[in-house]
Design a protein around this ligand. Structure first.
Ligand SMILES: [Zn+2]
Length: 179
């Protein structure tokens, strides 16, 4: 089955089971029989750009689809009832065993994340993360197959895992290195 945007997977009403689901606006579905209504909004993710003392960026190589083998930055999805800042610190810790000394918000970038047959709308929240001690760096191998510290000016844009990451890296490269 071809991957489709999340609301397009609904055909039967989850409440009354009628085959009467219609799409409305961009992000809603409604049952024409019982008026069950459901809106879909972006999932949030939080991730960190972490540079070392030589201005090299810590990148992780994705061990799984989507974008297996491509470069990502440490981060992940925000849980229910969790602040983005908490998710950021937690995910960086889980994926790399690094502790962020501090961080600041960089920007938000809309993403579409395909998983199995469903394309999820995601709002990627990117932060600049600061780490003074990299000696604890160790990777969560189920998610990540390797890591590198890279000069972001030398990485082809196509090597980055997702479109919003390419956009953010291009912006960051210009701001940081003026090229
Ligand atoms: Zn219904």
């Amino acid at each position: 089955m071809k991957a489709r945007f999340l609301p397009e997977h609904f055909r039967f009403c989850p409440t009354c089971a009628a085959e009467a689901i219609i799409r409305f606006q961009d992000n809603g579905v409604r049952c024409e029989v019982c008026d069950f209504t459901l809106f879909f909004n972006p999932t949030s993710s939080a991730a960190a750009f972490i540079f070392d003392q030589d201005d090299k960026l810590l990148v992780v190589e994705r061990a799984r689809e989507p974008a297996k083998g491509k470069f990502g930055i440490p981060g992940g999805f925000v849980d229910f009832n969790e602040a983005a800042e908490t998710a950021l610190v937690r995910e960086v810790r889980e994926e790399t065993n690094l502790v962020l000394d501090k961080f600041e918000f960089y920007g938000s970038f809309p993403n579409q994340y395909p998983y199995k047959n469903v394309i999820y709308p995601v709002l990627d929240l990117y932060f600049l993360g600061f780490v003074s001690d990299f000696s604890n760096l160790s990777l969560e191998e189920s998610e990540i197959s390797g890591h590198q510290f890279v000069d972001i000016r030398k990485v082809p844009l196509s090597q980055w895992a997702f479109e919003p990451l390419r956009t953010a890296v291009a912006k960051l490269t210009k701001e940081r290195f003026g090229s």
